[in-house]
Ligand binder design. Sequence first.
Ligand code: ASP
Ligand code: MG
Length: 438
Amino acid sequence: MKVLKFGGTSVGSPERMKSVSKLITDGTAQIVVLSAMSGTTNSLVEIANYYYKGNNDAAANVTAQLEQKYHEVITELLQNEAIRQKAQAIVSNEFAIIRSFSHKAFTLSCEKSILARGEIISTNLVQLYHEEIGVPSVLLNALDFMRVDADGEPILSEIEERIGKVLAQHAGTKLFITQGFICMNPADEIDNLKRGGSDYSASLIGAAINAESVEIWTDIDGIHNNDPRIVSGTKPIAELSFDEAAELAYFGAKILHPATVLPAKVKNIPVLLKNTMEPQAPGTVISNKITAQGFKAVAAKDGLTVIRIKSGRMLLAYGFLRRVFEVFEKYKTSIDMIATSEVAVSLTVDNADHVAQIAEELKHLGTVEVEHNQTIVCIVGNMINEQKGYAADVFSALRTVPIRMISFGGSRHNISLVVESSYKNQALTELHAHLFAQ
Ligand code: ASP
Ligand code: MG
């Protein structure tokens, strides 16, 4: 069995849904994971924000517009009157749920319930379309099997057990359709895997059922070797290892949710990135195959904060870094990059929510400096440690760019640098010209 995931743009209109249908009805056994139609989750966030602020009129407006859109989608997607009515009843019911929050004390859990509606509607519509065209399919409710723990981390063993039971009830079924993104938490409330989390759903489901592959279908032909919005002449990368892909997804390649690679890697399931607009294009294959030596891609991640702690006490002392890390742990803030000298340590974080408190506490350990608007530029590849020249290539490409921090040697798959965000485009362009353009 395969798992195929289609993102918001791929199901963004009735026409696109019909193209997706062509890709999933070849008779092979598959679980199809869908996002909400593009724009929907943003509208749902907007509605939730209005409720949160007590602005029920504004919430009602956005809700009415969104519902109207879905009734138009139904008219265009479905022709059979009985099936249309089913679809209308489902959509009306989901919007009644959204409206029910107007007279409740609005909590985070209400927001999560609202956000879930997009995926619930898109999967129902696509399933009904298959009913109309006479292709048997079963809609699985992701809330029956997707589970996260109290920290929002998926519990793979539980997902495995639950989805196993669900699938056993439908022996012989070839086509399953289910929601990405949504799940249940230990409080038995609807939750989600965070924005963009449908990719993660797909690889968790793939790992849970030991799928032969996980295909992530988007509107670009795979991971490119640089950011196509900034650099011209970028190319899709044919093959990446799990580790290379994980670094790239985390450090900026927007195409893939960063956590996606992990469950697939654990179960050694290849992940294919494919383009719905160009299904024949090879895309990118992520697997455990050892890939060719050398640079594969450059990516950048913005919005970072650098925190630097200087202390004479660090000199020849032990336990200093532990005390630094404990502060980050207390505020559940993860560190991306770290560089140390004998008397100072610099760290980057992408979640700036608690930076002020973290900086305050770190002042007990030394002098603290905080710099916002920093960018990590990450050069990914299979850079065999024993080989000469990789670092030299990177730094000579960047001779005109001031570099604030360097991380090299943590893995053989990446060299990461921090530059001020205003230098990002220059860094990406120079690296592309020197490392990839022949
Ligand atoms: N619909 C959710 C979002 O827009 C999840 C996803 O599409 O991956 O973030
Ligand atoms: Mg996405």
